[in-house]
Design a protein around this ligand. Structure first.
Ligand SMILES: C[S@@+](CC[C@H](N)C(=O)[O-])C[C@H]1O[C@@H](n2cnc3c(N)ncnc32)[C@H](O)[C@@H]1O
Length: 357
């Protein structure tokens, strides 16, 4: 069959298979706001506490309206996100890790919050597609910032201290001795706080151009008891303050920047001669075909709605996109004067790159 034939005729079995797949996918999309509501009202946390519960017990425990709770439980049971037997509902330990425990490395709720923020941004993006203008990181629904922070934090919890920092030559030894670290594009400061908790002899400076995120990052440092060794300041990646940093880190933020080449130049000038830049980016291959998989699908969608318009909204507007890939990132970073640039580690969601002067 030629491509033209394929466009002119349709195959009933393939159509049925596509529609069958979409029923499952649309079900997941419809469930996303319910998941976020369940988090906000404490329904997951109550269900994770122990004994299976009826809808009345769950409503009583959370101070919510039983009829809505009953319908929510039915929807979540149909989704396979909660278990049900004889009118009682409970979370398995795995479901609790994913939906109820914010400190679990498998916590996935941030992805659902981010999905809701994408929906909320639809009209702005429709207009941006027409005009070609950017939509800044600061212009989105508030759910985005918490969702994004919680989504990425799970991976940082699992890998940052145990895997990623040890993959950067000499980083752990320097951090143990006492290093100066700049975390550029720090958002809510999840990565900054985790590093500060692990390395009390070091000093950490988080920078982000989004003021609301910096205020939240300061609160996070207070809550974690590391405010004595962490500062957070509003600053753009192209002109953040300080010099002679032993380590600069950028977590899932370089591709969001309007001028990542300018950011690379600023990092280069801010590093001590033996310092290193650890760049954590969404995992991606170098060409489209490499990324046509479930993780690439999530990142391309987020990139269309968030990362690409966020970059276009800034000076230069290079618009790397969240699936730029290692080759393209190297072209952005190396001309700033980094002699070495290599992949240090990778996980299902992230690639870790090391650049050295
Ligand atoms: C996807 S979020 C990641 C935030 C955080 N690093 C994390 O992992 O949770 C991207 C962050 O990059 C920040 N950002 C984008 N462009 C920036 C720029 N030019 N200078 C500083 N921060 C920037 C955004 O404000 C946002 O907080």
């Amino acid at each position: 069959m030629t491509m033209t034939d394929e466009l002119q005729t349709f195959d009933g079995a393939r159509l049925e298979a596509l529609l069958g797949r979409l029923v499952g996918e649309v079900g997941a999309i419809y469930t996303a706001p319910l998941v976020v509501i369940g988090d906000g009202l404490g329904l997951f946390r109550a269900l994770a506490r122990g004994e299976p519960m009826t809808s009345t017990q769950l409503a009583d425990a959370t101070g919510t309206f039983e009829r809505y709770v009953r319908e929510w439980l039915a929807a979540l049971a149909a989704a396979g996100y909660v278990n049900h037997e004889g009118g009682r509902f409970w979370l398995s330990p795995e479901q609790a890790m994913v939906f109820a425990n914010a400190d679990s490395p498998a916590f996935f709720l941030g992805a659902f919050e981010t999905a809701c923020a994408l929906f909320a941004g639809r009209e702005k993006m429709e207009a941006a597609f027409r005009s070609g203008r950017g939509v800044g990181w600061n212009e989105h629904d508030g759910m985005l910032y918490c969702g994004c922070a919680r989504f990425f934090r799970a991976g940082y919890l699992q890998h940052l201290v145990g895997d990623w920092l040890p993959a950067i030559d000499g980083a752990v030894q320097a951090l143990e001795r006492g290093a100066r670290v700049a975390d550029v594009g720090c958002g809510y400061g999840a990565s900054t706080v985790l590093m500060a908790q692990a390395f009390p002899n070091s000093r950490f400076h988080g920078f982000d151009y989004h003021e609301a995120s910096i205020l939240e990052a300061r609160r996070a440092a207070e809550r974690a008891g590391v405010a004595d060794r962490v500062t957070f300041e509003v600053a753009a990646a192209t002109d953040f303050p300080g010099r002679d940093y032993d380590l600069v880190t950028t977590f899932d933020a370089l591709h969001d920047m309007g001028d990542p080449e300018g950011a690379a130049r600023r990092v280069r000038s801010a590093l001590a001669p033996k310092g290193a830049w650890m760049i954590v980016e969404p995992i991606a291959g170098d060409c489209l075909e490499d990324n046509l998989n479930p993780v690439g699908r999530i990142y391309y969608a987020a990139s269309t709605m968030l990362c690409t318009p966020g970059s276009v909204a800034q000076d230069v507007g290079l618009a790397l996109g969240a699936q730029a890939g290692e080759l393209r990132l190297g072209q952005v970073v190396q001309p700033a004067g980094f002699r070495s640039f290599r992949r240090a580690a990778a996980t299902p969601f992230n690639i870790v790159l090391e650049a050295r002067p």
